[in-house]
Design a protein around this ligand. Sequence first.
Ligand code: PMT
Length: 221
Amino acid sequence: VTEPDLAGRHVVVSAGGTREPLDPVRFLGNRSSGKQGYALARTAAARGARVTLIAANTALPDPAGVDVVRVGTAVELREAVLRAAAGADAVVMAAAVADFRPAVYAAGKIKKKDDQDPEPIALVRNPDILAEVAAGRARPGQVVVGFAAETDDVLANGRAKLKRKGCDLLVVNEVGERKTFGAEENEAVVLGADGSETPVPHGPKEALAETVWDLVADRFR
Ligand code: PMT
């Protein structure tokens, strides 16, 4: 039996991966399926929370009892997260957000020209949503959680990212072409701004989600 230890709390979870369009046909994207974020949304709802799930380009069914907001780009994700975060007790950013987007959107399909080299793609920076939410906490005591998707020097990069982003907790997980993205399972270390380190062994994404909510619930007390 799940304890309703998040009853009366409103939590916001982002999931999936942003897509940054180049033209009506193509985009720059990433391998996130949304499964980790959806596991966070389901487990929070089971523990009694009111859950707003902001889903970027996922192909998963809406979890029962969860408000789902669908977005495409990082800019759209930012708007939806900031709106929902205004009244939230916790914000968990599990979405994989593009750091950059194409500087120009071509209204018509970009054409291949014979005997001409391809044009380089110019990029501009996307807003850092997690850093913005952490810097401008919508209410005192709001708990802000980020994820760090790393391929190397996982813990060292995670620690640096925790400081840079200013969040309370950072879930550090290793990713690769066939690792974590789209999988049913994950393993991670959850770093706390207070210096704590909580290792979560390889197991279902729900198990990692439960640990994240345990740590969030500790910070509500
Ligand atoms: O969706 P799955 O297939 O289940 O895979 C899960 C996952 C690997 C996507 C997930 O566990 C994960 O690690 N999500 C975060 C991916 C990511 O964007 O990591 P990052 O290290 O690039 O970003 C760090 C943090 O800043 C993240 O919380 C991210 O949401 C946030 N961010 C990043 C860039 C940006 N412009 N704005 C942000 O808010």
